[in-house]
Design a protein around this ligand. Structure first.
Ligand SMILES: NC(=O)C1=CN([C@@H]2O[C@H](COP(=O)(O)OP(=O)(O)OC[C@H]3O[C@@H](n4cnc5c(N)ncnc54)[C@H](OP(=O)(O)O)[C@@H]3O)[C@@H](O)[C@H]2O)[C@@H](O)CC1
Ligand SMILES: Nc1ncnc2c1ncn2[C@@H]1O[C@H](COP(=O)(O)OP(=O)(O)O)[C@@H](O)[C@H]1O
Ligand SMILES: [K+]
Length: 499
């Protein structure tokens, strides 16, 4: 499990550690790790042209100390000081003592010519996008020939949310200290970070190795304070441990039956795609209820179809409702039946528009909502752009309002439980997944995992993981249709289980 912590949590852990270390000791650790990654990025340090973009806080101090190390190894190091009078004094002295020099903030040419640009404008203390004086430097770094290494996080990215208000540095590599920050894992910030390298500076966040310990919410650190991760990203091994596997005594019913209430005369394809996902999600059988039975059977003859209402379809262990359902009376009846059932329900697409909030909140069994940003915006009375800017806040707000687990789709997929706790983030997707019907496949897949017995948070996050991985396998650099994603789900399972 990869975890990210809030800025407040990281700062508190830093304070505790700083008290135990000599003055400047923590920054020297950070700078040493940063210099190692810079050296790797350069390949050959001796004779390289290194430019440091130095802001007025400790982030600039890290850059200056790392620059001093590179200068001692024979690099030509120039520090562009954005506020010369406020630059980190000890860092600047170390750089000058090591033979480095300074340049004026207007000198974008030196940035353009550098082999390596180290972005130390702002770290976790940054607020808002880059200020105007820093923008030309960030642009020059992007346009120049050198590799860009961001210190702690790309300047201009909000550490807590990934929001980018205005411009931000585009890094090839980000060297982050002590713990991942949410802004490195959530778009748009994630898109600015490049490859993220975590440097251990000895912070104690109460996090041990292995997924079990990481998963304990409110795990206690040395000071006795509860430390809860802000975000969790499942890794291969975590997903492998969650996947339902048939045992010797399994039969199709014991593996779980998933019901799919989807499709309409107008949108039969959505039913076919949801069933396609459901058949590959680990349930032993898929029941289909609705008006697209002929289309479903034609493509997937193994489906148990019924043309009546979901309440007449027979026993299932979880329902998927919504894709292509439409909004007529029959759609409302189907949704009513499904919500009245005592099994977990995944609601997607039209079901999200039709559902009454109190009906969802009042359910005894778990509910998983899977909106994309547009659907989330209409549920929250907001607009799509705002949801995409502040995904973390949006998914938490929805989970709390609906008393349900919410999976917010998009370039970054986030899954939040109604009880709070760490939000899951999934990064296996690819922009090739932005294709019509891909969400229908996900709803079937995650619903099938629910029917097989996973809880809503695990079903959503393991489903999103497999879905993204399947898309990567299917696309492999070329456009794909949603059915290709469904076809590649077994490849993704094998990939995860191969560990
Ligand atoms: N704490 C520790 O133990 C350790 C911390 N470490 C390092 O310290 C970093 C945190 O340092 P920090 O707290 O000094 O804040 P930092 O990120 O440098 O930025 C604040 C400065 O930037 C300015 N500024 C703000 N917004 C801006 C904007 N949009 N555009 C431009 N400028 C802006 C703001 O100026 P002001 O608002 O006062 O005018 C203020 O002066 C952390 O990320 C890590 O790298 C490591 O060494 C490990 C040990
Ligand atoms: N830029 C992107 N990068 C990665 N995944 C994406 C991107 N855009 C969309 N997706 C994923 O593609 C799927 C699209 O689902 P959705 O928006 O519901 O489409 P549809 O309604 O056509 O099925 C979701 O799983 C979403 O997370
Ligand atoms: K930075």
């Amino acid at each position: 499990m990869r975890t990210a912590y809030s800025v407040e949590t990281v700062r508190a852990a830093e304070r505790r550690l700083m008290e135990a270390l000599p003055d400047g000791g923590l920054m020297r650790r950070a700078a040493a790790g940063l210099a190692v990654v810079c050296g790797e990025a350069l390949g050959r340090v001796y004779g390289a042209r290194v430019v440091l973009l130095v802001g007025s806080g400790d982030n600039g101090g890290d850059a200056l100390h790392a620059g001093a190390r590179l200068a001692r190894r024979g690099a030509g190091v120039t520090a562009v000081l954005i506020s010369p009078e406020r630059a980190h004094a000890a860092g600047l002295a170390a750089l000058i003592a090591a033979g480095g020099r300074t340049a004026d903030v207007s000198d974008t040419e030196v940035v353009r010519r550098a082999d390596l640009v180290v972005d130390g404008i702002t770290g976790i203390g940054g607020r808002g996008g880059l200020r105007p004086e820093a923008v030309p430097l960030a642009r020059a770094a992007h346009q120049g020939r050198g590799v860009v290494v961001a210190v702690d996080l790309p300047s201009g990215v909000d550490a807590g949310s990934g929001e980018v208000a205005g411009e931000a540095v585009r890094a090839d590599v980000t060297v982050t200290f002590g713990a991942y920050k949410p802004g490195l894992l959530i778009d748009p910030g994630r898109g600015y970070a490049g490859a993220v390298r975590l440097v251990d500076i000895g912070l104690d966040l109460g996090v041990g190795p292995g997924p079990e310990k990481d998963r304990v919410p409110g795990h206690s650190d040395h000071s006795g304070q509860a430390v809860t991760a802000e975000l969790e990203a499942l890794q291969y091994a975590d997903v492998a441990a969650l996947l339902p596997l048939p045992a010797a005594e399994s039969d199709k019913y014991r593996r779980g039956v998933v019901g799919v209430a989807a499709g309409s005369a107008r949108y039969p394809g959505a039913a076919v795609l949801a069933v396609a996902g459901a058949l590959r999600g680990g349930a032993g059988a898929v029941r289909y209820s609705g008006h697209s039975a002929d289309a479903v059977i034609a493509r997937y003859p193994e489906t148990l179809v019924s043309g009546g209402r979901p309440s007449e379809a027979g026993r299932v262990q979880a329902w998927v409702v919504g894709p292509g359902l439409g909004n007529g009376t029959e759609a409302q009846e189907a949704l009513h039946d499904v919500l009245a059932s005592d099994v977990p329900v995944l609601m997607d697409a039209d079901a999200l528009h039709l559902a009454d909030r109190d009906a969802v909140r009042g359910r005894g069994a778990p509910t998983l909502l899977t909106p994309h940003a547009g659907e989330a915006a209409s549920l929250l009375g907001s607009d799509r752009a705002e949801i995409e800017r502040e995904r973390l806040a949006a998914v938490r707000e929805l989970a709390s309002r609906y008393g349900a687990t919410v999976l917010l789709k998009g370039s970054t997929t986030l899954i939040a439980a109604p009880s709070g706790g760490p939000v899951r983030v999934n990064a296996t997707g690819t922009p090739w997944l932005a294709t019509a019907g891909a969400g229908d496949v996900l709803s079937g897949l995650a619903g099938s995992l629910l029917a097989a017995g996973l809880d809503a948070l695990d079903a959503g996050s393991a489903g999103a993981y497999l879905h993204g991985l399947a898309a990567r396998h299917a696309a492999d650099g070329a456009p794909i249709g949603a059915h290709d994603v469904a076809d590649a789900i077994p490849v993704a399972w094998r990939d995860v289980r191969a560990l």
